[in-house]
Design a protein around this ligand. Structure first.
Ligand code: AMP
Length: 176
């Protein structure tokens, strides 16, 4: 049953070659979002794989993590917290930087978004190098909270991004 559902979701991911630049095979999740059955199945699978894990909130990483994260938060009956690119959040923030192929980037969270002792689930559409997710884990720690699990729709296995996140549990629905 789970295999069938995973196959169904796989059929809703569109490969777009050479986007946003040459040599990148972009995994487009918009067909999945546009299909209500696929989107519901995706969120249902995430919730099942969390297997009753008790969490205080769900964090979504800008911007595709917002869509999956907000729906999962609703499903789990907890609040949603956005992690955003620099300069987007209005109140006082913590910041964590991560390396890109050329240069670096950063993510931010509101300082009062989490309380010490909170346990959160971090959600994004895809893990590639794992840099964004690792920086998000750093933000959670700056708040004095813990990441109970990461959830990704897609894992690009060749880039071994999940290695950056050990020993935190990682749930991925579709491996490529
Ligand atoms: P990373 O920090 O390298 O794990 O990159 C993860 C972020 O980049 C996620 O928010 C993804 O949405 C985006 N991303 C990286 N590679 C791809 C790809 N091949 N297709 C779609 N999104 C990607």
């Amino acid at each position: 049953m789970t295999d069938e559902r995973v196959k169904f979701l796989r059929g809703r991911i569109r490969d777009v070659p050479d986007f946003p630049k040459e040599g990148i095979l972009f995994k487009d999740i918009t067909p999945l979002l546009a299909d209500v059955e696929a989107f519901r199945t995706c969120i249902q699978l995430m919730a099942e794989k969390l297997d009753g894990e008790s969490v205080s909130s769900v964090i979504g990483i800008e911007s595709r993590g917002f869509m999956f994260g907000a729906a999962l938060a609703d499903k789990l009956g907890v609040g949603f917290i956005p992690v955003r690119k620099p300069g987007k959040l209005p109140a006082a923030t913590y910041r964590a930087e991560y390396d890109l192929e050329y240069g670096s980037d950063a993510v931010e969270i509101h300082q009062d978004a989490l309380a010490p002792g909170d346990r959160v689930v971090v959600v994004d559409d895809l893990i590639a190098t794992g840099g964004t997710a690792k920086a998000t884990k750093d933000l959670v720690h700056q708040c004095g909270a813990q990441v109970a699990a990461f959830v990704f729709v897609i894992n690009l296995l060749a880039l071994e991004g999940t290695k950056k996140l050990t020993p935190t549990p990682i749930i991925t629905l579709l491996d490529y």
